[in-house]
Design a binder for this molecule. Structure first.
Ligand SMILES: CC(C)(COP(=O)(O)OP(=O)(O)OC[C@H]1O[C@@H](n2cnc3c(N)ncnc32)[C@H](O)[C@@H]1OP(=O)(O)O)[C@@H](O)C(=O)NCCC(=O)NCCS
Length: 114
């Protein structure tokens, strides 16, 4: 089995959030919050992770019920920067992710394998 999900977001939407805001805590893991707010433009890193989580949910289709955003985590390889995506609720599935952002928009695509 193989499926795919994609999502795009306006970066501007994430500009208003501080790292301790409820919305941020609901959507992002501690690892992700530390990563995003350590970057020069935190909003684009938040936006692209939000996209990746929506894209993963799309790739699951019917199984997605009751999945919370913090069940999904994006980690970057410390050497190369390449992102990986993990979903603690679906350990039997393998997911692949690719992220991109420019001045205004962020986009992510996720492939689900199995
Ligand atoms: C990795 C690379 C392609 C990113 O491209 P970019 O246009 O700068 O940035 P984009 O907005 O498209 O993508 C950014 C995302 O790429 C992802 N990324 C970073 N390094 C990556 C890598 N090695 N492989 C895959 N994805 C990577 C990250 O998820 C990043 O977002 P994040 O920091 O929020 O997690 C770019 O930095 C690059 O080309 N690096 C290699 C440089 C190089 O060797 N150049 C010389 C030969 S041409």
């Amino acid at each position: 089995m193989f499926d795919v999900g994609i999502d795009i977001e306006d970066i501007e939407r994430f500009q208003k959030y501080a790292k301790t805001d409820r919305f941020i805590k609901l959507c992002f893991t501690d690892y992700e919050i530390e990563y995003c707010y350590s970057q020069k433009n935190f909003a684009r890193h938040l936006a692209v992770r939000f996209c990746a989580k929506e894209a993963l949910i799309k790739s699951l289709s019917k199984e997605q019920q009751s999945l919370s955003f913090v069940d999904i985590e994006i980690r970057n390889d410390p050497q190369s920067g390449k992102p990986e995506i993990f979903c603690s609720r679906f350990k039997d599935y393998e997911f692949k992710v690719s992220l991109s952002h420019d001045k205004d928009k962020a986009i992510a695509i996720v492939c689900r394998i199995k």
